[in-house]
Design a binder for this molecule. Structure first.
Ligand SMILES: [Fe+2]
Length: 329
């Protein structure tokens, strides 16, 4: 039996005769059909067959089939016969729809625009580099767990290589901060903000879920290298506007280029290329983890901005030191 059982994907919203999800919208030419259309979509529960839905909705099967194909192209439904395993290309199409949504959520706080426009202060950009130094320095607190929890020896090797390429990246952020006049000792004595440590702890907990879920999150963290020209323009323009040393900006740019040259952004896709499908539980865990990571980034960037611009004191529950957190098992 290979019957199509349409499934309306989560996070579809209906508002004012517009259905939207992951950056795509649907409207109807014949607005009088709207409530019928919504009822029809809500019948797509992944259990009823296309024929059953057509009979209930009093619509002919070829028309419904055509509609489902269009909705699938638009990213609103899946039309599989079984949802216990999701074919990898179906998952990847959906994942790539959400990636820019999450990246946008992570970096769309107004203070980034102010920073770029010169309306903020240099301390926010330097503070951002300090917190990224702290976070990247804790790679040994989470990535080895992803190696240990890798699903296969092939994934273990991929993860080990990533670790070998990533372990010293904190130096680039540190070099940038040193160029602004801070001593290496003073930088080493600074304590990460609570949210910087929270990102480390989050990645550590995700590493225990296996290399696939972990690398979905890594794909989100590396996604900015896809648009490296905008990121480099941001560093260079903001750096000039605040009169920061060229060495500060070039250290940040170097990190973008190094990450890009290592092609870390492609790791998740290359892992997926060897598997035909993913269990639906894994798919759920991936989307849940990436959504939570995007939300955590909003908190992280907000705390960086508020703390380094002086509008908020360090949180009372100050972060434990990097060294302390790496000892917790
Ligand atoms: Fe890196």
């Amino acid at each position: 039996m290979n019957e199509v059982r349409p499934y309306l994907l989560p996070h579809t919203t209906f508002e004012g005769q517009i259905a939207s999800r992951a950056g795509a919208v649907i409207t109807l030419r014949d607005t009088s059909q709207w409530s019928r259309f919504v009822t029809l979509l809500n019948r797509c529960n992944g259990r009823s067959t296309l024929e059953e839905i057509a009979a209930e909705a009093r619509i002919d099967v070829p028309s419904l089939s055509g509609l489902m194909n269009d909705l699938e192209q638009g990213g609103f439904v899946w039309t599989l016969s079984d949802y216990s395993n999701i074919p990898t290309p179906v998952f990847q199409r959906e994942f790539k729809r959400w990636l820019p949504v999450w990246v946008n959520q992570m970096y769309d706080q107004p203070f980034w625009r102010d920073l770029y426009d010169g309306m903020s202060g240099p301390q926010t950009l330097i503070g951002w580099a300090i917190e990224n130094m702290h976070y990247t320095r804790t790679v040994m607190a989470h990535m080895p767990y992803a190696v240990a929890h890798a699903e296969s020896s092939e994934y273990e090797a991929i993860q080990l290589r990533h670790l070998s390429e990533e372990w010293d990246h904190y130096r680039m952020f540190m070099d940038g901060c040193i160029a602004t006049g801070q001593s290496p000792d003073a930088l080493s004595r600074t304590r990460p903000l609570v949210t910087s440590t929270a990102v480390t702890h989050f990645m550590r907990s995700i590493a225990r879920e296996g290399a696939i879920v972990y690398n979905a999150c890594e794909a989100l963290l590396e996604a900015t290298t896809e648009d490296d020209t905008s990121v480099i323009d941001f560093y260079e323009t903001a750096g000039k506007r605040y009169g920061l040393p060229v060495e500060f900006t070039s250290a940040l740019v170097r990190h973008v280029n190094v990450d890009k040259d290592f092609e870390h952004i492609d790791i998740f896709d290359s892992m997926l290329s060897s598997i035909p499908s993913l269990p639906s539980g894994t798919v759920n865990r991936i989307f849940d983890a990436c959504q939570r990571l995007a939300e955590l980034f909003v908190l992280w960037n907000t705390e960086i901005h508020e703390f380094y611009s002086g509008s908020r004191k360090r949180s009372i529950a100050a972060a434990s030191s990097v060294q302390d957190s790496s000892l917790v098992h």
